[in-house]
Design a protein around this ligand. Sequence first.
Ligand SMILES: [Zn+2]
Length: 72
Amino acid sequence: MCISCRERFSRRVLVRLQIEQQSVIIYSGIGRSFYLCEICATNQKKQTGLAKRFRVNETNLTELLKEILKNG
Ligand SMILES: [Zn+2]
């Protein structure tokens, strides 16, 4: 389930992420993680909301998501 829109996805891409030391990173396999769908990951408003929710730097979050989606 996407943490942002709370939709369940079967085919659409979900990105698995985690928070570590106030920044969002790709899930490392340890600790708590969450999923974000491709739609929310590319939505600026959702990104702003997530950055506020997790108290992380919005620019970093945006850049990371851009990288992830670019690399598939
Ligand atoms: Zn979503």
